[in-house]
Design a protein around this ligand. Structure first.
Ligand SMILES: C[S@@+](CC[C@H](N)C(=O)[O-])C[C@H]1O[C@@H](n2cnc3c(N)ncnc32)[C@H](O)[C@@H]1O
Length: 424
């Protein structure tokens, strides 16, 4: 069948569908550099801004694919979704093309939050618009990790067929877990190492893990700033406490708070400075666990504490140990430096998040390098693609926005198989 690839990006839909024997007859993508890569990879020069394209200039096709921009619907973006002028315009432009060409199949992708946006009204409205053009529509949230691909990335997949979807079934999820090893390469083009600063942070936590006695309960997260702190947090907060009581307590790393009011708030963790009378239960629980950990483990923690204090940023003084039950070492673990803390996860059976942000690229301590571009491409299903952005920022933006080819392929097989069944 002939397909069109709208909001083409790096061409995830293209790869999956052409691999199944379908032919791309049109693509559009607003970013010039992505159009160049698309042409180099697929020998098709995409058109630019979709809002400038006249439906009659789009060639005839059987399948319309579109991973339309998700920012206006995602939780991360500003939550004004459908009323957002640009997003609205994009969807209506899609509808115009669908109305003009009436392709047999529609295959769309977006963020899961589209379903909840505006209490579900946005999606209901969009679905109705498509149904009014005589399509049977179905949607499901799936993640690559459901199909043995080491990546957690919930996305909303929307399929539609003229008249009836017949016996279409969503691909079945696998019971077995993915294995990252299968997606790694032995000699990546670039070996991106940790900066000296990050290496130092990791060394401090590595040493901490080396010293921790076996079978110790290590809470997740561990907020080191709470070591030695006694400021009120359970029934009241520093904000709601009497200044006298606050002055008698201790702040981050046990520092005395017998100071001027303005200085006191500089000496407690940032998350405790909020102007609220009561902390949420989750925060109370985390503070409590971190303080208890320190109480029990003070004797050996105190030897490392000066190094942790030197880490300076709160994000580096928080440890997120997601490996309960494992030995305390960084061997075969994955590290990400997040705003919420230094996150450590198992490499095996642990899905890797490929994000569009350079700061969150997973670091592989046993390889002494970050996950490489080739490995991100492998995980996203773009294995062996010739041309892609080389600069880190454009690369992660593109690969983080791309559809997962493996998932698209699974759905496409089931969807377009209906074709074979109906021809028989
Ligand atoms: C969610 S990404 C889709 C990624 C794509 N499916 C892939 O596999 O790489 C959305 C894409 O739409 C492009 N885009 C945004 N506004 C556009 C517009 N007005 N016209 C055409 N493309 C646009 C963005 O540059 C981005 O590459």
């Amino acid at each position: 069948m002939k397909f069109i690839d709208l909001f083409a990006g790096l061409g995830g839909f293209h790869l999956a569908l052409s691999d199944l024997g379908h032919e791309c007859v049109f693509a559009c993508e607003i970013e010039k550099y992505l159009r160049r890569h698309y042409e180099e990879n697929f020998k098709i020069n995409p058109e630019g801004d979709i809002t400038k394209i006249k439906p009659k200039n789009v060639p005839k096709h059987d399948i319309l694919c579109a991973g339309f921009p998700c920012q206006p619907f995602s939780k991360a973006g500003y939550a004004n979704g459908f009323s957002h002028k640009v997003a609205g315009k994009m969807f209506f432009q899609l509808i115009k093309i669908i109305k003009y060409h009436k392709p047999k199949y529609l295959f769309l992708e977006n963020v899961p939050n589209l379903l909840n946006h505006n209490n579900g009204e946005t999606w209901n409205f969009m679905k109705k618009q498509i149904e009014n053009l005589n399509y049977d529509v179905d949607q499901k949230i799936l993640s690559p990790v459901d199909f043995k691909i080491p990546q957690t990335r919930d996305r909303l997949y929307i399929v539609a067929k003229q008249n009836k979807l017949d016996s279409f079934e969503w691909p079945k999820k696998y019971k077995t877990k993915p294995n990252l090893k299968k997606f790694l390469v032995s000699k990546p083009k670039k070996n991106k190492r940790l900066t000296e600063k990050k290496q130092n942070i990791l060394n401090v936590w590595k040493y901490f893990l080396k010293k921790i006695p076996k079978k110790t309960y290590l809470p997740n997260p561990l907020w080191a700033m709470e070591f030695g702190a006694t400021y009120p947090y359970e029934n009241e907060t520093p904000f709601s406490s009497k200044i006298k009581a606050l002055r008698n307590s201790k702040g981050s790393f046990g520092v005395k708070l017998n100071k001027k009011k303005t200085e006191i708030f500089e000496l407690i963790p940032k998350y405790a400075r909020v102007k609220t009378k009561k902390f949420p239960d989750w925060k109370i629980k985390m503070i409590k666990r971190s303080r208890e950990f320190y109480k029990i483990n003070k004797s050996w923690v105190d030897k490392i504490l000066p190094e942790i204090i030197k880490l300076e940023f709160e994000a580096y003084q928080k440890l997120e140990w997601n490996c309960q039950g494992d030995g305390f070492s960084l061997r075969k673990k994955i590290v990400t430096f997040r705003a919420s803390g230094v996150r450590i996860r198992r490499n095996k059976n642990s899905p890797t998040l490929i994000s569009s942000s350079v700061c969150q690229v997973p670091y592989l301590p046993w390889k002494n390098r970050y996950l490489s571009h080739e490995e991100c491409l492998n995980i996203q299903g773009f294995k062996g693609i010739k041309s892609y952005p080389e600069g880190d920022e454009n690369f992660y933006n593109t690969i983080g926005n791309a559809v997962n080819v493996g998932v698209i392929s699974k759905i496409a097989k089931n969807l377009f198989n209906l074709e074979n069944t109906s021809k028989k």
